[in-house]
Design a binder for this molecule. Sequence first.
Ligand code: LLP
Length: 431
Amino acid sequence: MLPEHLKVNEEGHLVVGGCDTVDLAEQFGTPLYVMDEGLIRKICRAYKDSFAMYYGGQGTPVYASKAFCCKEMCRIVKSEGFDLEIVSGGELYTALAAGFDPAHIHFNGNNKTCEEIRYALEQKVGHILVDNIEELHLIQKFSEVMNRVTTVSLRIKPGIDAHTHQFIRTGQIDSKFGFALETGEAMQAVQETLALPNLDLEGVQCHIGSQIFDIAPFVEAAKVMLQFMQDVREKTGVTVRVLDLGGGFGIRYTDADQPVPYNDYMREVSTAIHKKCRELSFPVPYVYIEPGRSVVGEAGLTLYTVGSVKEIPGVRNYVAVDGGMTDNPRYILYQSAYDVLLANHADRAPDYTATVAGRCCESGDLIQENVKMGKPKAGDLIAVLSTGAYNYSMASNYNRVCRPPVIMVRGGSPRVVVRRESYEDLIRNDL
Ligand code: LLP
């Protein structure tokens, strides 16, 4: 069963965003990242609608740009009314180059450099998420020198491990991100922030993990965070006004994944927030969430050309493609599952077992092992689905392979949003 946004035309070719993938491969070459802009915008609108429905507009989705960052993506989320999450000077530079309003940028990261902090303050980035005490003092120091007040939130570890089968409220103290609740470190950080004259503590933030399918850990995290906000009020007399719940909503890579409809998540979390606020007589905070993968993951696919098929009897069938770990490192890193289709014969029965291999000098450079697909031969076109998140953004130039271009497709028209790297690009910084 194909995902809803993909079709197969009369010629048996896979179609995305109204574009025949065989034509796309001819026009732009392979490997090729293809992003369905209509689907990205549809998902953005679903998030915005949920915020309107469940928070009466008292909240905003923040796109986590690490999932897929380029100027055009920044422009798209900007036009959909999202804020933008960044974790580096490079992501900030990209966002500013795309005309993103810095007041709506949220700067995360567990070890921002002095240069990055100064850069963000100079550019008037609206929200800084502070990870540690050293950073807190650096922001104070720079703010004082610049004679300004900087709005900050504190990254908190709520003590919820969402990646166990049944999520548990332990363990997460062992994380490099943020201040721990259990040890009193978080409260201490709040008190220290409040004592610094050039900082305005707007709120608290957490992020409990990624590719999560349960709603319960998100609900639990929201409750723990609200309780902490209440504790802060009791201890310091200060009511912080923002609750940022991070990202992490799971997407469908294969049939094994059963994502929760985002609206259900939004409804249940907002119900829990409103209930807890009533219990605590605490004013409902302004809410941010930071979805990355769920905005772009399913909207992307990667097209490759088959170079060779090596059938090793009794062992496996290697199908070599013209990309690999350089454009999709997620299999070698996490053994991530993907659906693979024969894009130029998408109507062919998926009765062939293929190990799709990349072209790097690494035996582990695989896109997928023993995956079912239509029987391929050299010259055929392969599509790997749901590659929109953390593929382009984690791509590399290993073996001096040029990174593929990214094209957006919508209503039958493709356009290049990131051009293909050239050999010249590869040596640009070589002396
Ligand atoms: N906010 C914070 C603070 C984060 O650390 C992340 C992701 C997000 C938001 C977005 O989470 P998402 O909605 O995309 O799950 N490279 C890995 C994923 C790493 C996620 C890191 N943080 C992968 O390819 O699966």
